[in-house]
Ligand binder design. Structure first.
Ligand SMILES: *Cc1c(COP(=O)(O)O)cnc(C)c1O
Length: 459
């Protein structure tokens, strides 16, 4: 045997040791990296070695070189961008996925992991209240999940007007109008570029960033032909949700396909207390979400859900002789852009198996409770003003002037107790907090509020 199983042991044991040392250090360490990219380059960027090195030495070197440049994003005091932590069961499952090394493209080739993903998909549809007949694809993230949903949308709306996209391509095709709210996530525009659909038609949004339904109706009525409406569940700044039921009713009345970008917000549907935020969203045509945000599985894991499997499989399936007999059977490769890929959906199974229905609801409710506690704490600081309605996991704060807000943001980051992103929202600078980690607790919230208070003192 050229690679006996025993050959892996020493390197895996070192990796487990380094992983545990890192995870053990997270609760108490400062959140920001100690060394910036240039510092890591200085210690790591050697010329390509000429000769082999033992695997365990490689692992040790890697851990030592990288550790100072790690952001403690799994920390309960990390509130940057929208980045979740990772829970124990999905992390351990992710290690197994790598060890198994199953190319989860076809059920016949890798039945073990393919079926775990099928089960995870069914559980998700149940948990999120989406149609049981929908297709679920496991992709790298929210962007590729939206790409997948919008590719199915493009396929369907062009087929509906008699255009053969697969044969004729987009050149000379009827124009597909894509309507989005003014505060959609930038990744939607990126997906439209990938798909050759150009810039979207932008519909006004309200003070919380929600699309204005009357404006959507007017924009749809202003023209005809194939149309796609992209709604948002969870605004990056406010956490707000587009009014799903009303917007979908209007869009469907005009014959449009409705896609929902719910990268972190779709998980509101898993909580009986929060479900009203997405009410009516189940009548959309496709949905995109991330498991690596709110569900707290390791990177990378996004989920595309499409209510019309035929459209998805036409858009994503491949028609190759060597795959003959597998097409149309609902194999994983027919639901995602990739052919070969890791069994990333297994992490979703592990998270759902560990949490159960109640556990997911408690996870999401807990994030929202902590966001509200942060908002309450910070709004007690001199000059601070929480500018969004904190209905979900996001909090945006201003401190009088833009200059003061920016100064306080810099001082918070330099302090290192907590990590929050600065941003601009609706014409002003904000300090932005996203509560996305299962590990945040009341102590983390209190320590983070105190850090902001110190940063604000004397500014
Ligand atoms: C994060 C995010 C995305 C993109 O997801 P990735 O996983 O980074 O590709 C899209 N939409 C919203 C609302 C997001 O928060």
């Amino acid at each position: 045997m050229s690679t006996p199983g025993k050959a892996y042991g020493p390197a895996l044991e070192r990796a487990a040791g380094h992983a545990r040392a890192w995870l053990d250090s997270v609760p108490d360490r400062p959140v920001p990296p100690r060394v910036d990219g240039d510092g890591i380059t200085a210690s790591l960027d050697h010329p390509l070695p000429d000769h082999p090195t033992a695997a365990e030495q490689v692992v040790d070197e890697l851990a030592a070189a990288v550790e100072p440049g790690l952001m403690a994003s799994p920390s309960g005091r990390f509130f940057g961008w929208v980045m979740g932590g990772t829970q124990p069961a999905p992390l351990a499952a992710d290690w197994l996925i790598s060890a198994w090394d199953q190319n989860t493209a076809m059920r016949v080739a890798t039945p073990g992991t393919a079926v775990v993903e099928e089960v995870a998909g069914r559980w998700l549809l149940d948990l999120l209240g989406l149609p049981a007949s929908a297709d679920v694809g496991f992709v790298t993230g929210g962007t590729m999940a939206s790409f997948t949903g919008l590719a199915a949308a493009r396929q369907q709306v062009l087929t509906d007007v008699g255009w053969d996209l697969d044969r004729a391509g987009l050149s000379g095709a009827p124009r597909v109008r894509v309507l989005v709210g003014a505060e959609r996530h930038d990744s939607v525009d990126l997906c439209l570029r990938y798909l050759g659909l150009g810039a979207p038609t932008v519909v006004p949004a309200d003070r919380q960033g929600r699309v204005v339904v009357g404006g959507l109706d007017d924009a749809l009525a202003a023209d005809e032909g194939p149309a796609i409406v992209c709604l948002q569940a969870g605004n990056l700044h406010s956490g707000a949700f587009d009014p799903m039921a009303a917007a979908i009713e209007v869009a469907h009345r005009h014959g449009a396909w409705v896609h929902v970008d719910g990268a972190f917000g779709l998980w509101a549907a898993a909580s009986p207390r929060l479900r009203e935020l997405v009410e009516g969203y189940e009548s959309a045509d496709s949905w995109a979400t991330d498991a690596h945000k709110t569900l707290n599985v390791p990177y990378d894991c996004g989920i595309a859900v499409v209510a019309h499997p035929a459209a998805l499989r036409t858009a994503m399936g491949v028609h190759a002789d060597y795959l003959a007999g597998f097409q149309g059977a609902g194999d994983p490769f027919e639901k995602v852009p990739e052919m070969s890929r890791r069994a990333r959906g297994v992490t979703v199974w592990a998270a759902l198996r560990a949490l159960g229905r109640d556990g997911v609801a408690q996870l999401v409710d807990g994030l929202v409770a902590n966001a509200r506690a942060l908002a309450r704490g910070v709004s007690g600081i001199d000059g601070a003003h929480v500018v969004n309605d904190v209905l979900f996991t996001q909090v945006c704060v201003t401190f009088g002037t833009d200059a003061r807000t920016r100064r306080i943001t810099e001082r918070v980051l330099a302090d290192g107790v907590t990590w929050m992103s600065g941003s601009r929202w609706q014409g002003r600078d904000v300090l932005r907090m996203s509560v996305s980690s299962w590990s945040t607790d009341a102590e983390d919230v209190a320590a983070s509020v105190e850090s902001v208070r110190r940063a604000a003192a004397g500014t």
